[in-house]
Design a protein around this ligand. Structure first.
Ligand SMILES: [Fe+2]
Length: 213
C-alpha cells in the first residue's frame, strides 16, 4: 500500500494520497490548499484517482474541493453524501473497494458531528478526531462526550499496529500507531469522560507543565 502524506500549508494541514500498488488506483483525503500537488503526485506515480473524501466540513479541509473536482472530475465526499458511482452513502461502516484494499468509513463525531475517519489497509486517516499526542477540539459538554466515545469505540478498537495519519501536523510527530497513542496520548490515557474533559479544560497548563509545544 502506498501512502503519501502531503503538507499543504494552512494550519499545518495534511492531505493524503493512498494507493493500491497492484492496480495503481488511489484515493485522496482532504486535498485542501494544494489539490494540484496531490493530483500531480498521483500522476507522477502512475496512479488513477478513483475517489476522494473529506474528513469533515471545515474550510481548512474542504477549500481545495472545487479545484480538485475541476482537475479530476471527482467531487470529494463528505459524511452523508452519496457516492455517484455506487450509490452508497458516506456513513458509518460504508466500504469502498480500492483494488486489493478497501476503504472503510468510520463515523467519529465529536470535533464535528460529521467527522469521519478512513480505515484503509493497515492505516487510519483520522482528520481532526485524533492527532499524535492530542485530540480534536470540542466544546466541553456534548462534543467532548461524543468525541470520547468515538475515540474509544471506533479508533482504539482498531488493531494496535494500525498506522495513524492525522489531519494536521500539530502533534509530537507527523504519524503514529494506535498502540503508541493508546500508551502515550494523555487524552486517551484518561480513564473516564470526566478526567478527559478535565484535561481539555486544563490543557494549556498541562502542556506548559509537560513541555509540550
Ligand atoms: Fe476541523
Amino acid at each position: 500500500m502506498f501512502v503519501r502524506q502531503i503538507q499543504t500549508g494552512g494550519d499545518r494541514n495534511f492531505a493524503y494520497l493512498v494507493a493500491d500498488d497492484a492496480t495503481r488506483t488511489a484515493v485522496v483525503i482532504d486535498p485542501s490548499y494544494q489539490p494540484n500537488t496531490v493530483v500531480r503526485t498521483a500522476r507522477e506515480h502512475g496512479f488513477t484517482i478513483v475517489r476522494a473524501f473529506c474528513t469533515h466540513d471545515h474550510h481548512d479541509h474542504t477549500n481545495g474541493n472545487v479545484e480538485f473536482e475541476r482537475l479530476t472530475g471527482i467531487r470529494p465526499l463528505l459524511f452523508g453524501d452519496t457516492d455517484s458511482g455506487t450509490g452508497q452513502r458516506i456513513e458509518d461502516g460504508a466500504v469502498f473497494p480500492l483494488g486489493d484494499l478497501s476503504v472503510r468509513v468510520l463515523h467519529t463525531p465529536g470535533h464535528t458531528s460529521d467527522s469521519i475517519c478512513l480505515h484503509i489497509g493497515d492505516a487510519v486517516f483520522t482528520g481532526d478526531t485524533l492527532f499524535v499526542g492530542k485530540v480534536g477540539g470540542t466544546d466541553l459538554a456534548d462534543g467532548a462526550a461524543t468525541e470520547y466515545d468515538s475515540l474509544h469505540s471506533k479508533l482504539l478498537t482498531l488493531p494496535a499496529n494500525t498506522r495513524v495519519f492525522p489531519g494536521h501536523d500539530v502533534g509530537v510527530a507527523p504519524e503514529s500507531t494506535i498502540r503508541r497513542e493508546r500508551e502515550t496520548n494523555p487524552f486517551l490515557l484518561r480513564p473516564d469522560l470526566e478526567s478527559f474533559v478535565d484535561l481539555k479544560r486544563n490543557w494549556a497548563a498541562y502542556k506548559e507543565e509537560h513541555g509540550i509545544a
